[in-house]
Design a protein around this ligand. Structure first.
Ligand SMILES: [Zn+2]
Length: 262
């Protein structure tokens, strides 16, 4: 089976340019430097999954013409990954079905605390929008399906909290992580395309995001054929990053798409 995996947003929490038209080190004339907040789209012929719904969600799904969603996988509850979730309301109203959202107990709990109205029926005119499914510790490392798309969730260390990574066939998505345990590494081992957080960039150490050095170290065990760095900050210029990393490392960009084989 083959599915399509598309990076809808390769930017970090600020996006590039960030507010005030701040481009940092990024060349404003390079279109791949224009980055929305982190999100991905996973599609088969019959199923559509979105990973995270950040502040640029509406623009992203419109750009990719997403008319309905079978499930949203949440990596964690930081603002750059959830603050576009109010727009799921519109899918609920137009398509007349609840939107299924998946995440850990902690992530869904945070979302319910901040967006209670989306999870309950309020008065007669505001229907429930979201139907939560908890991904439990027991689910980690096991294949699960939404529609006909299979994925394997795994826990990642995001410094101050945990995030989820997801493997789809020969591709894996690891945004927002600073370290991975043996269990996660086992799941990732041998993956062809690994989309991974490298937004600690050249810092000596970042508490919540992998530096490039840490990414190289992790891949000594994972052995991914190609690594696509994502969650890119305005400090990370596309062409510069391409030049200063090894041959099999590439900066991700908005709209980058993969055919994924199972
Ligand atoms: Zn993030």
């Amino acid at each position: 089976m083959s599915i399509t995996f598309t990076i809808m947003g390769a930017g970090n929490s600020a996006g590039t340019p960030s507010v005030g038209n701040f481009w940092g080190n990024c060349d404003p004339t390079e279109p791949k430097n224009k980055r929305t907040r982190p999100s991905a789209l996973v599609q088969s012929e019959t199923t559509t999954i979105v990973i995270d719904t950040g502040p640029d969600f509406r623009e992203q799904v419109n750009r990719h013409d997403v008319s309905d969603i079978d499930g949203v996988l949440y990596t964690h509850s930081h603002g750059d990954h959830i603050y576009g979730m109010d727009d799921l309301r519109i899918y609920r109203l137009r398509n007349k079905h609840l939107v299924d959202v998946y995440g850990t107990k902690e992530t869904l709990g945070e979302m319910q605390a901040r967006f209670e109205y989306l999870f309950i029926q309020k008065a007669d005119i505001y229907p429930q929008v979201l139907r939560p499914t908890i991904l439990s510790p027991d689910d980690m490392g096991k294949p699960m399906t939404i529609g006909d798309i299979e994925f394997i969730p795994f826990i990642q260390d995001h410094g101050t909290c945990q995030s989820l990574g997801f493997r789809f066939g020969n591709l894996a998505y690891s945004t927002d992580m600073v370290a991975l345990d043996d269990k996660a590494i086992d799941i990732l081992r041998g993956v062809e395309n690994w989309i991974a957080d490298g937004s600690g960039y050249k810092m000596p150490k970042n508490i919540v995001h992998c530096t490039l050095k840490e990414l190289y170290k992790l891949n000594e065990n994972i052995n991914a054929q190609r690594i696509y760095m994502t969650h890119l900050t305005p400090a990370m210029d596309y062409q510069t990053l391409l030049n200063e990393t090894p041959d099999n490392y590439y900066p991700a960009y908005d709209g980058l798409s993969f055919k994924v084989q199972y």
